[in-house]
Design a protein around this ligand. Structure first.
Ligand code: GAL
Length: 341
């Protein structure tokens, strides 16, 4: 993969003289001028086995290496898996702060439960970059050293709707398999508490309707972003609605792949499937012609934004020009449509 060659803007800052705390836990109070030659960043993932999050993790590790090479600053990226437990994640954050991490990158387990982590970070004066699972606005407004990085949910859904609408315009028969003038779809949704699930579902369908595609919902279900859960749902739907399903709209690639697994097991072909994320297996399925299309997040830009905000804020530096924050806090990574040939 071609990595951006831009020099990290914070290179000079890394070697620059600035203030760091000494002795006590967290970024302490006793301050003294010293040269910063290393950065320690604590990262906590809501679930390390989530495919998309894993892709972001790999990019984060690549970013840290690139930063080290370009700036000569040693980076210690401490990545922990909260395994779906907010308690575990709170402990991890607390430990990162007691180990004097310079910044935290948190992929919240429960996006409504950021209070504890924010309290500890404020006490220790450690900036926090949340990502992918958005804290509620009230929490984000508590401190000016809180940031949020994600791929815009509405944008991804509009692009997903466009994949289907463009296909329908070019070749309606490939979606309206029984020729009744209507595209009958099933919908796979992510976690009910996740901001992306609701927004993606709403805007994907809205885009299709606005584009004039005649659609009809057969059924839908929550599969919590998971391939195996989606596969089980699709297996059941194929039995319940034989020969009726023409399209699977999925809130992410993993669930789309689960639907494809079920179709392969049942020996069913022809049903079109669309996802979101552009994960490594998702992109492969599009290339193999198994998935009609996906909306691919620029994972390199996504991870780079997380890392650069964390590094710049830890060093008290300005953000590089390529990381533009909305309202001084929010970064949205670019996304693009990827479709089968
Ligand atoms: C979504 C992504 C899903 C899953 C989820 C986890 O944005 O599309 O695949 O990773 O985040 O929070």
């Amino acid at each position: 993969m071609m990595r951006a060659k831009r020099l990290f803007q914070t290179a000079a800052a890394a070697a620059a003289i600035f203030l760091v705390g000494l002795g006590t836990a967290g970024c302490g109070s006793e301050e003294q001028e010293t040269e910063k030659t290393s950065l320690r960043i604590g990262v906590s993932l809501y679930r390390g086995d989530d495919t998309f999050i894993n892709n972001i993790r790999q990019e984060l590790e690549a970013c840290a290496k690139e930063y080290e090479q370009e700036t000569g600053t040693k980076v210690r990226l401490d990545i922990q898996d909260a395994k779906g437990s907010q308690y575990t994640q709170n402990d991890q954050a607390e430990r990162f702060i007691s180990l004097e991490c310079d910044a935290l990158c948190i992929n919240l387990v429960d996006r409504t439960a950021a209070t504890n982590i924010i309290d500890r970070a404020m006490e220790g004066n450690v900036p926090v970059v949340f990502f992918n699972r958005q804290p509620v606005e009230e929490d984000m407004n508590r401190w000016n050293e809180l940031y949020y990085v994600a791929a815009g949910a509405r944008e991804s859904a509009v692009l997903q709707g466009r994949i289907v609408a463009d296909r329908y315009r070019r070749d309606p028969d490939s979606l309206d398999l029984n020729g009744d003038g209507v595209v009958s779809y099933v919908l796979l949704e992510g976690e009910s508490s996740h901001q992306d699930s609701l927004i993606r579902t709403e805007w994907s369908i809205r885009t299709l309707k606005d584009a004039g595609v005649p659609i009809e919902r057969i059924t839908g279900g929550i599969a919590n972003w998971e391939r195996s859960q989606a596969s089980a749902l699709m297996e059941q739907w194929l039995l319940e609605y034989p020969d009726a399903i023409e399209l699977v709209i999925s809130n992410n690639d993993d669930m789309a792949l689960g639907a494809i697994d079920a179709m392969e097991r049942a020996g069913v072909s022809g049903i079109k499937v669309v996802g979101i994320d552009g994960t490594t297996p998702g992109l492969q399925a599009v290339e193999d012609g198994k998935m009609m299309g996906t909306v691919s997040s620029d994972k390199e830009a996504y991870a780079k934004a997380i890392f650069e905000i964390a590094a710049a804020k830890a060093l008290g530096e300005e953000l590089p020009e390529n990381v533009v924050l909305e309202d001084g806090k929010y970064y949205s990574s670019p996304q693009r449509i990827v479709v089968e040939n």
